[in-house]
Design a protein around this ligand. Structure first.
Ligand SMILES: [Zn+2]
Length: 188
């Protein structure tokens, strides 16, 4: 059997891998989805949207079964700029493994360019681990990383690290000479 790509330890991911995932673009969307808490706090709303410094962060903490796909995809489609690149951090834990993997697929249908970061704690089964690693091999998941049990600290840390490493690039300057038609006054 060919060797599948390995999970990356959390510290290596945060310090070494994550900075390289952040594109040099004028804006960025970061989706963070988990059926557990994100950090230790409880969020009042099921979808927490933070816009700062051209970075839009969509937090989906404590997702429940019925909300995993519908709520996330709806919010992603209505609240994110399709022209901004997207990083999506998804906690793919043992309890709602299938649903969270489906969420990854739905996200990719909506945003094929999304850079999916799958994080899981070592509670996942060997088969689940292999499934994630195959997702990395297939290029659906950009990177798989280990996290704390339940992922709450890691989702918080990734969110902070993305914000810390993010600097909006200058917008691309379109240098296109005016075509004859565009200089014509078309009138009313
Ligand atoms: Zn665990």
């Amino acid at each position: 059997m060919p060797l599948l790509p390995a999970f990356i330890p959390s510290r290596d991911f945060l310090q070494t891998v994550l900075p390289g995932l952040i594109p040099a673009k004028p804006s960025l969307t970061h989706v963070v989805a988990s059926y557990n808490r994100i950090g230790t706090r409880r969020y009042a709303r099921p979808v927490e949207i933070v816009r700062e410094n051209e970075l839009t962060t969509l937090l989906f903490p404590e997702l429940t079964l019925g909300r995993i796909q519908s709520d996330v995809i709806r919010a992603v489609e209505s609240e994110s700029d399709p022209s901004a690149p997207m990083i999506a951090t998804v906690y793919v834990g043992v309890r709602l493994f299938v649903e969270m993997m489906q969420l990854v697929m739905f996200l990719l249908e909506s945003r094929p360019d999304a850079r999916i970061v799958a994080i899981a704690c070592p509670c996942i089964t060997i088969d689940q681990e292999a499934m994630i690693r195959r997702g990395v091999q297939a290029g659906k998941i950009v990177v798989a990383a280990w996290c704390d049990c339940g992922g709450s600290l890691m989702t918080r840390d990734i969110r902070r690290a993305v914000a810390k490493n993010w600097t909006p690039a200058e917008a691309d300057v379109q240098i296109s000479p005016l075509s004859p038609e565009s200089s014509v006054d078309l009138g009313a």
